[in-house]
Ligand binder design. Structure first.
Ligand code: IMP
Length: 196
């Protein structure tokens, strides 16, 4: 089954491909000729997830194609920061987007904060045969006092998932792929796709 993943983030496409059974052919935005950045004007993670999927669907409709499309939108919510950066996770420290600047800002904001509780959340929107379906995943954890590890991307060097001592960036891709917010949302997506 062919699926378009409304993302141009190579790390995420790689992660999703690793999680999906091989009979699913997953194409990213570059594979279908979308090179521009999809606008994310929503005020919630769920809204942006839907808007990304809808954008790609509109693009495909102009070419008379009707492939299933899914999009994910994720964010890091830090309890002591009233759930910031949340929907603004990618551009927390402003534009151009920079993981390094975002992590630096987060460490700065939490410098005097001892409650380090946080969670990653993902909402996947699947638009299949004109119907919209949502799949959510979350992973609870805490924010480290310093950056650790070199794997992954984004806030991975600062996020310690519950039940672990390592940050996401210190864990192997295999381990992250079994416990991450995206993995849990993808698991729900897969269960739905297989059941249909
Ligand atoms: P997106 O909406 O899924 O692209 O993610 C928004 C922001 O959250 C980006 O800055 C990402 O770096 C960050 N993010 C999303 N997923 C992860 C993850 O698994 N680890 C670390 N950061 C992430």
């Amino acid at each position: 089954m062919k699926l378009i993943f409304a993302s141009s983030n190579k790390n995420k496409i790689k992660e999703i491909k690793a999680l999906l059974p091989s009979h699913f052919e997953v194409l990213g935005l570059e594979d279908i000729g979308i090179t521009e950045e999809i606008p994310e004007p929503g005020t919630t993670i769920k809204e942006n997830s839907f808007l990304k999927a809808q954008y790609v669907l509109d693009f495909l409709k102009k070419k008379n194609e009707n492939t299933a499309v899914f999009a994910d939108d994720s964010g890091l919510e830090v309890l002591a920061l009233n759930n910031a950066p949340g929907v603004y996770s990618a551009r927390y420290a402003g534009t151009p987007k920079s993981d390094e600047a975002n992590n630096k800002k987060l460490m700065e904001e939490l410098k005097l904060v001892t409650d380090r509780k946080a969670r990653f959340v993902t909402v996947i929107t699947l638009i299949l045969n004109g119907e919209t379906h949502y799949f959510e995943g979350e992973v609870k954890g805490t924010i480290s006092y310093e950056k650790r590890g070199a794997n992954g991307f984004g806030y991975d060097p600062l996020f310690i998932p519950q039940g672990y001592r390592s940050t996401f960036a210190e864990l192997s891709a295999e381990t992250k792929n079994t416990i991450s917010h995206r993995a849990l949302a993808v698991k729900k997506l897969i269960e739905f796709l297989i059941g249909n």
